[in-house]
Write a protein that binds this ligand. Structure first.
Ligand SMILES: [Zn+2]
Ligand SMILES: [Zn+2]
Length: 176
């Protein structure tokens, strides 16, 4: 979206990124162990003043994530409300006029001519993702010895007697 076409009083924008296109983008990321299971939809309002752009609204998408404990895939609906501020690259490089630069706000930079709203949505999808991907809060994960998925029931390792360093202490006490 060209910034000189954004009115100061704001403009509503609805956009949808096709699931295939979104996944092409996500698959280019390093260590991405997730994918989109639906189109990425955005409903935002954009304002522009003196080259600064504000984007506020919602992004929604259904993601397929990998559980960090059991490595199973599960669906996770992201509905994330956000407000982002974009400043043209040149402005952020000027060191004077610090008062005009809201460094303590979440300001990103852009090229000053065009703001790619699709990228804005992708960025917000990441921010809407859970800090820890878990298929369910009580996921039992995988057995560290045999690799069985403990959500499917206990593995045979659980039945085997486990050596505990405290067993030695128990024996010592008996002798004393
Ligand atoms: Zn899990
Ligand atoms: Zn096991």
């Amino acid at each position: 979206m060209r910034v000189n076409q954004i009115p100061e009083e704001g403009k509503d924008v609805t956009l949808k990124v096709d699931v295939k296109k979104a996944n092409r983008y996500f698959s280019l990321l390093k260590n991405s162990d997730f994918s989109a299971a639906s189109d990425v939809e955005g409903r935002v309002r954009v304002w522009s003043k003196d080259g600064m752009v504000i984007v506020e609204g919602d992004v929604s998408v259904e993601l397929e994530l990998t559980c960090s404990r059991c490595l199973g895939h599960f669906r996770y609906p992201v509905l994330h409300h956000f407000r982002s501020i974009y400043s043209p690259f040149q402005e952020i490089c000027q060191e004077e006029d610090l008062e005009l630069k809201p460094y303590d706000m979440d300001v990103s930079i852009y090229n000053g001519v065009e703001l790619d709203l699709e990228n804005v949505l992708y960025e917000q999808v990441f921010l809407g993702m859970p800090a820890q991907a878990l298929c369910r809060p009580e996921c039992k994960g995988l057995c560290s010895s045999c690799g069985a998925n403990l959500n499917d029931g206990p593995c045979s390792c659980a039945a085997a007697p486990r050596f505990s360093p405290f067993d030695v202490l128990k024996n010592l006490k008996l002798k004393g």
